[in-house]
Design a protein around this ligand. Sequence first.
Ligand SMILES: Cc1ncc(COP(=O)(O)O)c(C=O)c1O
Length: 510
Amino acid sequence: MSNPDLPAMSCIERLVALFGSQAEVARRLSLDRAVVNNWVKSGYVPARWAMEIERVSDGRISAVEILDEAGAKRPVKVKSRPDDFGALYSGSQSMNPYAPAKRISSFHPPQRTLMGPGPTEIHPRVLTTMSQPAIGYLDPVFVEMMEELKSLLRYAFQTKNALTFPVSGPGSVGMEYCFVNLVRPGDKVVVMKNGVFGGRMVENVERCGGVPVVIDHEWGEPCDPQKLEDTLKKNRDVRVVAFVHAETSTGALSDAKTLVEIAHKHDALTIVDAVTSLGGCPVLVDEWGIDAIYSASQKCLSCTPGLSPVSFTERVVDYVKARKDKIHSWFMDMNLLLGYWGATTRTYHHTAPTNSLLGLHEALLLLREEGLENAWARHQRHHLALKAGLEAMGLKFLVKEQYQIPQMNAVFVPEGVDEAKVRRTLLEEFSLEIGAGLGPLAGKIWRFGIMGYSCRPDNVMLCLSALGSVLSDMGLPIHVGEAEAAAHDAYAKMHQSAAQQKKKAMAAAA
Ligand SMILES: Cc1ncc(COP(=O)(O)O)c(C=O)c1O
């Protein structure tokens, strides 16, 4: 029985008691011990850790307890200045015609499960890192971090390319960066278009003054190597071939290795979009010989949106350096940005988004700790379980099995179902976000992303159970529980086969 005379234990004290030591708490949360020690000293756990702590403690310390305690110890300050300070502005402030009409408080987003096409949930370690104090972008400590960040990105891209770094801006900026630097006015560029993002590549070629040669595909099909071969035979003067490795709008994965091989046979450079693929399935830049590649921070890398990792071969760097014409975007001119991100110098180009870069460093470190191959296997494992569940509900995939992207699952909306209502109900009742179809697939498909930190068994099971219950409420012949059982069965089979393989490997090594 608790003694009312003794002060109640704080959540952090209970957590340490539960796991036996601060070091063990740090290990379970994949955190530095100093962070946990800091929580012990301050007597509370910051609110953003609430869900993670509920998870690691198997619910013995609930998220609500953490939030209540954090709220009491460190209440959110709604007013921006003390009342008497307001007297300085008396009259003028309240009458300011530009002041917002409604009273605005600090913004606190709800806790969502993100299973759309991105962004994904962000690992708590990344969020914690991003809330570190500001530091100058030329501070020697920051510059050292940049070098580590570049090496971690080389690992993620599986490349030794010296010029591998994050462009400041979302994936669309990475895309534009590649086109602006590689495409000169008048250059012929083959774009393999099999969804929304291939369409954006065509736009980019046109805006650079290039001449696009578009190879169209049905949405849901991967890019066809034979079509590329035929097009390049007919167009001997093509300079660049561009395609999307993992087309997020449909969930189709293309054979990047073969497409790059064909492009090179015809002496063309390649631009590859790896926004959805990087970190979720193999992207082997050196082995496949990709010349220019871009990705984004908010998908399988589990970071906040706003950074676009890119990588270029020496050949591309030399090609861009040798361009006689002025690259028509100042911000994206590779020659200028080399001064900040290049091998030797660190001079001002633009104010780098320092805290976002710290976040990406941590996200990539998490990937390194997990191991790239393990991360790919994780996406595949949860894809198979999700797929088993969705199919048990009678839902059909848009993309043929052999071309499905594990982290981006597109299924047809059943006949007669109001697809927007389903998404709305999932959000309102289960705080679960899934994606809608785009372009010609709008209203016809749902897209279930299991990317990065969102790619977890609890998310897969929540999604199946929430979707099953919403569809059955709408009158569909869904047997609630069947999808979850199918997913469990898929997990069980995978665990069994992994255990057998491990046993065999141990026997062989003995
Ligand atoms: C394949 C692909 N390319 C490019 C982009 C554009 O990235 P961003 O939205 O970060 O600008 C996306 C975004 O979803 C994408 O999925």
